[in-house]
Structures are given as structure tokens and as C-alpha cells.
Design a protein around this ligand. Structure first.
Ligand code: HEC
Length: 286
């Protein structure tokens, strides 16, 4: 029992390795099936398909199992979707393997293969986005190509769900109000985490937790305690709207921090970037 329970988390990391096997195998199958229309050699290679399918299905199932282990109990929406699509992919892969093994009509095999590739593509897309950030592939492309491939930069983003930043001033007696979570995080969630969060990590910067904000982004010194001028994030929020470095970017539909938000962030930096300390311990909180 003890062995089994320590083994379960240990297999999780293998997900990252295993998941590439079904992708490779089913891509190879798709290649053979496409070439079979025009090449005699590829038609002969179809004899290997049953074995390839079984291997692909088996590794897809193993990817799901190790993925469930890796997931632990963190469940973002993306992760749940990735998990469900992964399970669907593995099920289709098993069905496909069975059909090919039974040598059903080729049209049926091709239909199921199409379905399988679509499900696998969707699973991989979300999974890749989760681990590398959504623009991992396109980030380094030259600008014209990039905006063609990824118009997502200025999507008609809906405003994030309303987050209440209001009730602060008379600190409720006894209730604990850690500074970062109560005062600062809601501002980031309103104006920044759309692009600096789990989904997108622009400028290698995340602002969805205290640790991430302190770690900073590509350029470093995102927040420097008691130094507004050195705090890049403060500067970027206070640039004029036409400045190309202004945050949130001009094109973005994210609500800009209002005056009260800015006052709070200023206060936060000037007070040394407190995290867990209780708000009630501070005077003159904006
Ligand atoms: C619509 C997307 C979007 C929103 C919303 C947004 N940013 Fe950015 N941010 C970017 C992009 C894109 C970059 C990268 C710019 C570059 O690489 O030149 C960036 C880079 C940055 C950087 C520089 C990171 C580094 O170290 O290089 C900081 C600081 C920053 N943003 C702060 C903020 C803050 C604070 C907010 C909220 C008030 C915010 N951003 C909201 C898109 C956004």
C-alpha cells in the first residue's frame, strides 16, 4: 500500500515523455494513409498499421494515466478540459485500434483516424498552452507573420468577471485581511492576469500570485520595494496611453487600473510590498 501510494505521484512526470509517443505514432499513420493513395510502397506499409495503432492506443492510455497523476489536485478550467479531451482521445484511439485490427472498411478507418487526430490536436494544443504559454510557438516569429498567425493579441476580449475591489476601508474587526490578496491581487486580476497569468505569460511575467509578482518578468525588477522609479510594473501602468509599452496595452480591452487602484499599488510599493501582513496593521491605506 505504502509503495503504491508513493508510486502514484512518481509516475506523473513521465506524462511529459509519454504524450509524445501517440502524437508521433498517429502522425506516422496519417502519413502512411495519405501516401497510400499515390504510392505502392505506402500501400504495403499499411500492413504495419494494426501494430502501430495498438502501440499508439496503449501509449495514449498511459499518457492519460500519468497525466491524471501529474494533475494532482490542481484543477484549472484548462486542465480539466485537457484531461477530458485526453480521455476522449485515448478512447477513440482504442476504438480505432480495434477497428483496424478487425480490418473494417478503409473508409471507416480513415474516418476514425480523422476524428482521432482532431481530438489529439485539441488536447495537445491546450496542454502545450498550459505548460509553455499560449504563444510559445509564435513568440519569436517576425512581427508580420506573428500577427497573422496570432491575432489573439487584440481579441474582442470580454472583460473578466467582475471582481470586487471595494470594501476595504473600515477593516472588519477580527477578519484577517492579508495585504496582497485583499488589496493588490484583485487589481491585477482585473487589469493584468488576462495576459500575465496561467493562460498567457507575456513578457515571461505572471501576476496571479505574490511569489510570481516578486519573481518578476523577463526584464526583472518588476516590483522593487520602496522604489517606484525602479519598479517596472509601476512605470508601465503610468505611461501615457499612446506609449507602446503602456500596460495594459492600448489595444487591450482589459480595464485599466483606475486612480484608486494606482494609489493602492503606489502605497503597496512604498510600504515595502507586504504580502501576508494584515491590513489592519497599517495606517492610511488608500
Ligand atoms: C492584453 C495583454 C496585456 C495586459 C492586459 C497586460 N499586459 Fe503587461 N505585457 C503584455 C505584453 C505583450 C508584454 C510583453 C511586451 C514585450 O515583450 O515587449 C507585457 C510586458 C509587461 C511587463 C514587462 C515584463 C518584463 O519584465 O519584460 C510588465 C512589467 C507588465 N507587462 C506589466 C503589466 C501590468 C502591471 C499589467 C496590468 C496593470 C499588464 N502588464 C497588463 C501584455 C499585457
Amino acid at each position: 500500500m505504502i509503495f503504491a501510494s508513493s508510486l502514484w505521484p512518481a509516475i506523473g512526470p513521465f506524462h511529459i515523455l509519454l504524450l509524445h509517443l501517440p502524437i508521433g505514432v498517429f502522425s506516422a499513420i496519417a502519413l502512411i494513409e495519405s501516401l497510400a493513395f499515390i504510392s505502392e510502397k505506402a500501400r504495403k506499409a499499411r500492413e504495419a498499421l494494426p501494430i502501430l495503432y495498438v502501440f499508439g492506443a496503449a501509449t495514449a492510455v498511459l499518457s492519460v494515466i500519468t497525466g491524471l497523476s501529474l494533475m494532482g489536485d490542481k484543477h484549472s478550467d484548462d486542465m480539466l478540459l485537457h484531461r477530458n479531451l485526453g480521455i476522449v482521445t485515448a478512447v477513440i484511439a482504442c476504438v480505432a485500434a480495434l477497428l483496424v485490427w478487425k480490418n473494417v472498411a478503409r473508409a471507416v478507418q480513415l474516418g476514425v483516424l480523422g476524428l482521432l487526430l482532431a481530438a489529439m490536436g485539441a488536447t495537445g494544443h491546450i496542454g502545450g498552452g498550459m505548460s509553455h504559454g499560449e504563444d510559445f510557438l509564435t513568440e519569436k516569429l517576425p512581427e508580420p507573420l506573428k500577427s497573422w498567425l496570432q491575432p489573439a493579441e487584440q481579441p474582442p476580449v470580454q472583460a473578466p468577471p467582475h471582481i470586487d475591489t471595494a470594501p476595504l476601508s473600515p477593516v472588519a474587526a477580527g477578519a484577517s485581511k492579508p495585504v496582497f490578496q485583499t488589496l493588490i491581487l484583485p487589481i491585477f486580476e482585473k487589469s493584468c492576469t488576462e495576459c500575465h497569468g496561467a493562460q498567457k505569460v507575456k513578457g515571461k511575467l505572471r501576476l496571479d500570485s505574490y511569489a510570481a509578482a516578486m519573481k518578476g518578468g523577463e526584464a526583472g525588477s518588476t516590483f522593487v520595494a520602496r522604489d517606484l522609479e525602479k519598479s517596472l510594473a509601476w512605470e508601465s501602468m503610468n505611461l501615457s496611453l499612446d506609449d507602446e509599452d503602456v500596460m495594459p496595452p492600448k489595444k487591450s480591452k482589459c480595464p485599466r487600473p483606475d486612480e484608486k487602484d494606482l494609489a493602492r499599488i503606489k502605497w503597496w510599493i512604498e510600504n515595502g510590498l507586504p504580502d501576508q501582513q494584515d491590513l489592519s496593521g497599517f495606517s492610511a491605506v488608500p
